[in-house]
Design a protein around this ligand. Structure first.
Ligand code: TXA
Ligand code: MG
Length: 345
C-alpha cells in the first residue's frame, strides 16, 4: 500500500506503479467513482489476471481507462458525433461509453464482445497512472466479485490484499458509485448502468436517450445489455428488505418489523437518514446522511453495506432513497443488494 496525495501524486510512486502495469502486473488505484483494479488493457494475460484476482466470470467485460481524448482513435472503429458531444460535456468524469472496438483491443478485455467500454476518469492519480502505463488501463472495481465496490483503499486491501502487486491509497473516493454506462453503438444512446451522470443530464446535451429495458423491466427474461448488470452483484450476509412509502409510514413499519425480529431473537439493522435516525428505538441504526445531500447518501451506501457484513445482524430494513438526481443510481444498487425485495406501505 502506497499513500498518494490526491492533489499532487508523487511522480516516483506513479512511475513505479506504471512499470508494474507495463510488465503485466496489477495495481489498484483511486478514481472519482470507486477504486479500480488496473491491468494493461492491451495485454490479454493481464486481463486474465484481473478476472482471476477478482474471481469474476470472464464473460463480464472490463472498462478501458484512458487519460487523453486522442487515445480513443486506436482502440475504436468509430467515435460517433453524439459520443463526441458527451465527451465534451462529461469527460474527464464518471461516464463510460460503449463503442465499436478496433483489433487492438483483445477479446479477453471485452469478454468476447466486439464493443469496448471506454472511460476517461477525472481523478488525477488515475490519470497519471494511465499515462505512466502507456495509455490504456483495464479496470473493473477493485472488489472481490460479489462484494460492494471499494470506496477506500482499506476496502481494496480487505478484498484483494495479497493477490495484487500494489495499492495506491489516495484516500476515500469522491462519488462512491460506479460510472454511468452509455451505449453509443446505436442511433439513440442507451443507458446500461445509471450513475452520477443522470438520464436527465444526458438528455440535456444529447436529446433522445433511452434506459436499457433490462434495467427497468420487472420481467426477468429481459436481460440487461451490460453483462455485469445481470449478476446479483452483491448479497449482504443478512437479508435486506427495502421499505417504501411516505416517510411517517416507513418509520412506523420498519420499527414494527425490527421489534418483531427482536422478539424472535434476531438483531435487525436499519438503514436510515439523518432525518429519521433518532426515531428508531430498536435495532442497529446506520444513517446514509441527510436526504438534503444526495451526494453523501451515494457516498456512504457501499461502506454501510460492508459494515453490516462485519456485524451479527440477521436482517436489514432500509428506507428507500429516491433522491432527485442520483436516486436512480442509488436505488439501482440498493435494489440489487436487496434482491429486489421491497415492501410498499
Ligand atoms: O466507475 C467505474 O466504472 C469503475 C471505475 C474503476 O472506473 N469501474 C467499474 O468496472 O465499475 P466494473 O468492471 O465493475 O463494471 C463494468 C461494467 C460491467 O457491468 C460490464 O458488464 C459493463 O461495464 N461493460 C463493460 N464492457 C461492456 C461492453 N462492451 N458492453 C456492455 N457492457 C459492458
Ligand atoms: Mg464492479
Amino acid at each position: 500500500m502506497v499513500t498518494i496525495n490526491p492533489d499532487h501524486p508523487d511522480p516516483g510512486d506513479v512511475k513505479r506503479a506504471g512499470e508494474i502495469l507495463k510488465k503485466g502486473g496489477l495495481v489498484a488505484f483511486p478514481t472519482e467513482t470507486v477504486y479500480g483494479l488496473g491491468g494493461n488493457a492491451l495485454d490479454p494475460s493481464a486481463s486474465r489476471k484481473i478476472y482471476a484476482a477478482k474471481g469474476r466470470p470472464s464473460d463480464n467485460p472490463l472498462i478501458v481507462h484512458i487519460a487523453d481524448l486522442s487515445m480513443i482513435g486506436p482502440i475504436t472503429e468509430e467515435f460517433p458525433e453524439k459520443a463526441k458531444t458527451a465527451a465534451g460535456k462529461f469527460w474527464p468524469g464518471p461516464l463510460t461509453m460503449i463503442l465499436k472496438k478496433s483489433g487492438l483491443v483483445p477479446m479477453e478485455t471485452t469478454g468476447g464482445l466486439d464493443t469496448v467500454a471506454v472511460r476517461f476518469p477525472s481523478d488525477l492519480t488515475a490519470q497519471a497512472l494511465i499515462r505512466a502505463a502507456g495509455g490504456y488501463v483495464a479496470a473493473p472495481s477493485a472488489n472481490t466479485s460479489g462484494r460492494p465496490s471499494p470506496t477506500t483503499a482499506a476496502h481494496v486491501a480487505e478484498d484483494l490484499g495479497e493477490r495484487i502487486d500494489m495499492i495506491l491509497d489516495g484516500g476515500p473516493v469522491n462519488i462512491g458509485l460506479e460510472s454511468t454506462i452509455v451505449d453509443f453503438t446505436e442511433d439513440v444512446p442507451v443507458v446500461l448502468r445509471p450513475g452520477y451522470v443522470s438520464l436527465e443530464m444526458l438528455r440535456e446535451v444529447l436529446g433522445d436517450v433511452r434506459m436499457d429495458k433490462g434495467l427497468i423491466s420487472e420481467n426477468s427474461s429481459v436481460r440487461p445489455k451490460a453483462p455485469g448488470m445481470k449478476y446479483r452483484h452483491y448479497a449482504p450476509k443478512a437479508d435486506l428488505i427495502i421499505v417504501e412509502g411516505e416517510q411517517e409510514d416507513v418509520v412506523r413499519h420498519i420499527s414494527e418489523l425490527a421489534a418483531k425480529a427482536e422478539q424472535e431473537g434476531k438483531t435487525a439493522g436499519i438503514i436510515a437518514s439523518d432525518e429519521s435516525r433518532n426515531r428508531y428505538r430498536t435495532g442497529i441504526v446506520k444513517t446514509m446522511g441527510s436526504r438534503a445531500h444526495e451526494e453523501t447518501i451515494a457516498h456512504n451506501l457501499y461502506e454501510i453495506l460492508r459494515e453490516y457484513d462485519q456485524l451479527d445482524v440477521q436482517v436489514i430494513y432500509s428506507e428507500a432513497f429516491h433522491t432527485p438526481r442520483m436516486g436512480q443510481a442509488i436505488m439501482n444498487r440498493l435494489l440489487k443488494a436487496a434482491g429486489h425485495r421491497v415492501i410498499n406501505v
